[in-house]
Design a protein around this ligand. Structure first.
Ligand code: HEM
Ligand SMILES: [Cu+2]
Length: 655
């Protein structure tokens, strides 16, 4: 009995690595610390009432933001570990197995648990405010989405200390990810971590499409919407078509693993290419899902800080829509070398190159907006200006990769690694950083320090180029992706050391940003106007941070740049109109999204270890929560006029 237990726990708990023990201790200490602080300050009730059960889109957005920054830290540590390992030839900081695990978790976490939730943070925080709404279309579903993401991400991260991490790459190709070559629970952590959070992403896609189509303030036509809102619409349209493909693909992979299905193995009539096509039918659109909102953010920032209307609004909208359609027809460019044949490759090469056109249109529109504008070099604007050349070069190397015959040389080399980091960091990450600096005062009512911000900006940017430019050359020198070490006589040593130094610069940039946030909490310059940047869109018309109902009176919109128009009119009229309040209809908090997601987590854990009893228990819990919700009739309330007046008074908004 004791031997059995010993045997079980030696497989269950990951052991044998000082880093893992360190992580175990750190996790336990952090948990104990959190529990102690919450108990000591008597904050448990507050946590439950204000955060865990909230359906307020702003709070959900902030929780998305915090969790994704945490994941950026984890993914970043993974990146640094890999860069240390690659710095010198024949270096043995990590062993090959460990390296495989780390690039897999790094890629998966950065895309699915960092970029996606940071994007949802902006959807949540900004969209309802920009369209003059009091919440999203389905606030309860929104909370469900967040908690599914959160517990999905936690399940994935658990693999670090329990059971062992996945190690078959961020897209988990079979046959490597099948039972035969990956018998441990790592791949199942991968499948269920992504499945659970993926349901949440799909629900968010539906939610924001409905919010944008149905909840706009009176008078706001589609062609009056701010470009960020348009970018969210474009991104969500991709989500609702792409995410079901991911769900099905991973379900099929699970069937292979759990029921020995042979869908994707050559033995038994399956075919791994089927999986690779399916996963990239989601995977390519996925990169546009995350980059389009970044484009939207840049459009808002460029207009605000050039103090001009955006140049070419209509062409911006059309190019985003064209990108979202084209993004479905390029997936094969990820495996030109896998023998689809010349005609197929030509088709996908051309569609891929075609995406460059609408993207180029957008770049010119940003430049023309800045042309002859009165540019203000604020922190959001700095990141935007850094983004443009970075993304243009990243895009150009993408066009190089899309030339199918040439791709036989580039494929799976460090050239590719440099390319996709350039568009993901220079486009997505810089875009989201710009957005964080831009909307931070709206979220929290204070600005982030400029000096620290400039340090962060320069260390990130210099670090970026020092890290990734050498990798283009390394690709040409024959260094392939996903290798954990190389021989002295390859001659890759010097460029790899440089690259590693660059990566550490970016790490320092992240530290500056964390410092900036802490500094801001203590000393941040308060924003009492609600409009610190002289903004153009409706989110700047209300106090910072906004009251929980957002708009005391829903504004009426007459054109683009709604808040700018209102400000111009007020200047002309001079007189302030007195607001007439009426009771506001709001959704009530609910604990069900949180509890249901805990049950999903339990089910996912059971499915990961192939413990059917646990999966059934978890799924029964999920069902019970759904049932409980359908009997919850008392799910909304009205805020009385007195309370609205009182709140508005306290922020100086009632004249
Ligand atoms: C912050 C600086 C970053 C550094 C230094 C870095 C470094 C690396 C390294 C060394 C690899 C492994 C290459 C290989 O062995 O083949 C890698 C892979 C990858 N990275 Fe990053 N990375 C960074 C940020 C990001 C970001 C922000 C994203 C996404 C938003 C990202 C997405 C990926 C993906 C998808 C892979 C491929 C994983 C795989 O091969 O399965 N990385 N990165
Ligand atoms: Cu692609």
């Amino acid at each position: 009995m004791l031997d059995k237990l010993k045997d079980f726990s030696s497989r269950f708990f990951v052991t044998g690595e000082p880093m893992i023990y360190g992580a175990d201790v750190a996790i336990l200490l952090t948990l104990a610390g959190i529990i102690f602080v919450l108990t000591y300050l008597k904050k448990w009730k507050w946590l439950w009432r204000e955060w865990l059960t909230t359906v307020d889109h702003k709070k959900i957005g902030i929780m998305y933001m915090l969790s994704s920054l945490l994941m950026l830290f984890r993914g970043g540590v993974d990146a640094l570990l890999m860069r240390i390992q690659l710095a010198f030839p024949q270096w043995h900081f990590l062993d090959s197995n460990h390296y495989n695990e780390i690039f897999t978790t790094h890629g998966t976490i950065m895309i699915l648990f960092m970029a996606m939730p940071l994007m949802f943070a902006f959807f949540n925080i900004v969209v309802p405010l920009q369209i003059g709404a009091r919440d999203v279309a389905y606030p309860f579903l929104n909370a469900v989405s967040f908690w599914l993401f959160f517990f999905g991400a936690m399940l994935f991260n658990l693999s670090f200390v329990i059971g062992g991490s996945p190690d078959a790459g961020w897209l988990s190709y079979p046959p490597l990810s099948g039972m035969q070559f990956s018998p441990g629970p790592g791949q199942d952590f991968y499948i269920w971590g992504i499945q659970i959070s993926g349901i949440g992403s799909l629900a968010s896609g539906i939610n924001f499409i409905m919010t944008i189509l149905k909840m706009r303030a009176p008078g706001m036509k589609l062609m009056h919407m701010p470009l960020f809102t348009w970018s969210v619409l474009a991104s969500c349209i991709i989500i609702i078509f792409a995410f079901p493909v991911l769900t099905v693909t991973l379900a099929l992979l699970f069937i292979d693993r759990f029921f020995d299905g042979h869908l994707f193995t050559m033995t038994g009539g399956g075919n791994p290419m089927m999986y690779i096509n399916l996963i990239w039918m989601w995977g390519h659109p996925e990169v546009y899902i995350v980059v389009l909102p970044a484009f939207g953010i840049f459009s808002e920032i460029v207009a605000t800080f050039s103090q001009k209307k955006i140049f070419g609004y209509k062409s911006m909208v059309f190019s985003m829509m064209i990108i979202s359609v084209l993004s479905y027809f390029t997936w094969v460019h990820h495996f030109f070398t896998m023998g689809a044949g010349a005609n197929v490759n030509v088709f996908f090469a051309i569609t891929t190159m075609a995406i460059g056109i609408p993207t180029g249109v957008k770049v010119f529109n940003w430049l023309f907006t800045m042309f002859r504008g009165r540019i203000q070099m604020t922190q959001p604007m700095l990141w935007t200006i850094a983004f443009i050349p970075c993304f243009v070069v990243g895009g150009a190397t993408g066009v190089m990769l899309s030339a199918a015959p040439a791709d036989y040389q580039y494929h799976n080399s460090y050239f590719l690694v440099a390319h996709f980091h350039q568009v993901l960091i220079g486009g997505v990450v810089f875009g989201f950083f710009a957005g964080l600096y831009y909307w931070w005062p709206k979220m929290f009512g204070f600005k982030l320090n400029d000096r620290l911000g400039k340090w962060a900006f320069w260390t990130w940017n210099i670090g970026f180029y020092v890290c990734f430019m050498p990798q283009y050359a390394l690709g040409f020198m024959g260094m392939t992706r996903r290798i954990y070490t190389y021989d002295f006589d390859m001659g890759w040593g010097p460029l790899n050391v440089i690259s590693t130094v660059g990566a550490f610069f970016m790490g320092i940039g992240f530290i500056f940003q964390a410092w900036q946030i802490l500094h801001g909490i203590k000393y941040g310059e308060r924003d009492v106007t609600g409009d610190p940047w002289n903004g153009r869109t409706l989110e700047w018309s209300i106090p910072s941070p906004p009251p929980h109902y957002n708009f005391a009176v829903i504004p009426t919109v007459t054109g683009q740049d709604a808040w700018w128009t209102i400000k111009e009119e007020r200047k002309k009229k001079k007189a302030k109109e007195t607001a007439v309040f009426s009771p506001i209809h709001m959704p009530k908090n609910s604990g069900i999204p949180f509890i249901m997601s805990v049950f999903w987590f339990i089910a996912g854990f059971g499915l990961t270890f192939h413990w059917v009893w646990m999966a059934i228990f978890g799924l029964t819990g999920v069902g019970a929560c759904l049932l409980a919700r359908s009997f919850q009739y008392n799910s909304d309330y009205y805020i009385p006029v007195d309370e609205i007046r009182h709140t508005e008074d306290s922020v100086g908004r009632v004249g």
